[in-house]
Design a protein around this ligand. Structure first.
Ligand SMILES: [Zn+2]
Length: 455
């Protein structure tokens, strides 16, 4: 193990040069103009996988951008880890806000600056090199490794989603390792183990069949905006609980271990309130802010449309009003079941003087890897060794749909071992990645292979 780490250490500058080469490829998945760059980038990854010692490397064509697969299965009886990454990047506009060319990586202030430096080339390249280091020093790996790189993460992972369904045997594994999330803070090794799901609904209320004069008709005819506002206000009770029937069915209490872990994160409610620019925080009674953000379901009105919204006054009694309402969900909530309960419930709340139409826009399932599982513990040990500090476990309030698909199709725990920082400006001008995290990422990856082989 020591020889692997010292090999990684002494080759750091070479890896950095290779990463630069990777970053120079303009693999913007959403733009047709970059189609050939996508192919070039898939070839680059395949080449590096071959070079790193993978015994089989294959590029799978898809309806859009290629999927790169690599494997080395020379340790029968030992666990198999599937390492996921994405080689596509976000567009770079507005270009004039970049301090340097987004596709000509530069190094200053202890960071590497380029589109994709963090998301996701910098973060995924560490795994290729850690495997490479094992072969160069020990001539073998402590377990079986599969690599899976897609080129559509930034545009919804459509090809990979169907690939996962049709290639379950090929991708069979005991854990999935993903480095595409953030650390809790600089220098704090972090493993993320939970993501919330989402249910997005739209409700449209109709009163009179056309807009009316509010003087001539107001008072006798229901105003859909007034009624919609009343409806929205009924979706939470005075304790901040969501009133949709059966909504909390199956929602689990936090385990003692998780609660204690959250305490160790020393989250400052005051600093957070300041950061988001509010006088006081808000929400469901009986839960801390971190618990509310990561472990509790929510319901929010995201938009409301109706009536006269131009400058000035118009005395109108509108015919229609619409609201977009989304819910963040936690394990074991089923978005499709909640969509039905929600529709039935909101319809029951409106008076007969208006009509309500309810539509589901989209949904995604929540995912949590059991706290204390072998894969998570191996991830925590690995990152702790790399950073020389105890690892913290976090959950995320948002959703990563591909992670849920991994869990569903491969029935394997996903370890989100992020090396990015929230301040790395991913998707923005001047994206960067801390060299320290690139380096520690290499070590953490190598330690993970060792730890998980013993798990
Ligand atoms: Zn991204």
């Amino acid at each position: 193990m020591d020889s692997v780490i010292s090999h990684l250490k002494s080759n750091f500058n070479t890896y950095l040069e290779e990463l630069k080469e990777y970053l120079r490829i303009k693999s913007i998945s959403t733009l047709d103009a970059n189609r050939s760059d996508m192919i070039k980038c898939a070839d680059f990854v395949a080449d590096k996988l071959r070079h790193a010692g993978m015994s089989r490397v294959e590029i799978f064509q898809t309806a859009r951008h290629p999927i790169v697969y690599g494997e080395w299965l020379g340790q029968p009886g030992k666990p198999t880890v599937l390492i996921y990454g994405h080689y596509d990047v976000q567009p770079v506009d507005p270009l004039d806000l970049w301090h340097s060319d987004p596709f000509e990586p530069v190094i200053h202030d202890e960071k590497i600056w380029a589109r994709g430096a963090n998301d996701n080339k910098g973060q995924n390249y560490v795994h290729i090199k850690s495997v490479d280091a094992y072969f160069k020093t020990l001539g073998t790996l402590p377990l079986n490794v599969k690599f899976l790189f897609e080129g559509e993460e930034e545009i919804g992972s459509e090809s990979l989603t169907s690939f996962l369904k049709t290639h379950q045997e090929l991708l069979k594994c005991d854990s999935v390792l993903v480095s595409d999330t953030s650390m809790y803070g600089r220098g704090i090794p972090t493993i993320t183990y939970g993501l919330r799901g989402l249910l997005y609904m739209e409700v449209e209320m109709t009163g009179p069949d056309k807009d009316l004069h509010s003087g001539s008709f107001g008072g006798a005819v229901a105003n859909p905006i007034n009624e919609l506002a009343k409806l929205i206000s009924k979706l939470h009770d005075k304790n901040g609980k969501i009133t949709v029937p059966n909504f909390y069915n199956g929602v689990q209490k936090l385990s003692k271990a998780e609660k204690e872990n959250f305490k160790r994160l020393k989250f400052s409610e005051n600093a957070y309130a300041k950061e988001v620019g509010v006088k006081k925080l808000h929400g469901e009674k009986g839960f801390t802010t971190l618990e509310k953000l990561w472990t509790r379901p929510t319901l929010d009105c995201n938009g409301i449309i109706g009536g006269f919204t131009e400058i000035g006054a118009k005395t109108v009694l509108p015919s229609k009003a619409k609201a977009k309402i989304s819910m963040r969900l936690v394990p074991n909530q089923d978005p499709l079941k909640i969509a039905k309960d929600f529709a039935k419930y909101v319809k029951s709340l409106v008076p007969q003087s208006v009509k309500l139409d309810v539509k589901m826009l989209h949904y995604g399932y929540p995912a949590v890897v059991p706290f204390g599982s072998k894969a998570l513990n191996a991830g925590a040990k690995a990152t702790a060794k790399a950073y020389g500090k105890k690892t913290v476990f976090t959950r995320e309030g948002g959703s990563i749909s591909i992670v849920v698909d991994f869990i569903k199709n491969l029935k394997a725990p996903v370890v989100l071992m992020g090396f990015g920082l929230d301040s790395d400006d991913i998707h923005s001008p001047n994206e960067h990645f801390l060299l320290e995290n690139f380096e520690k990422g290499l070590y953490a990856s190598a330690y993970f292979l060792d730890e998980f082989s013993k798990a």
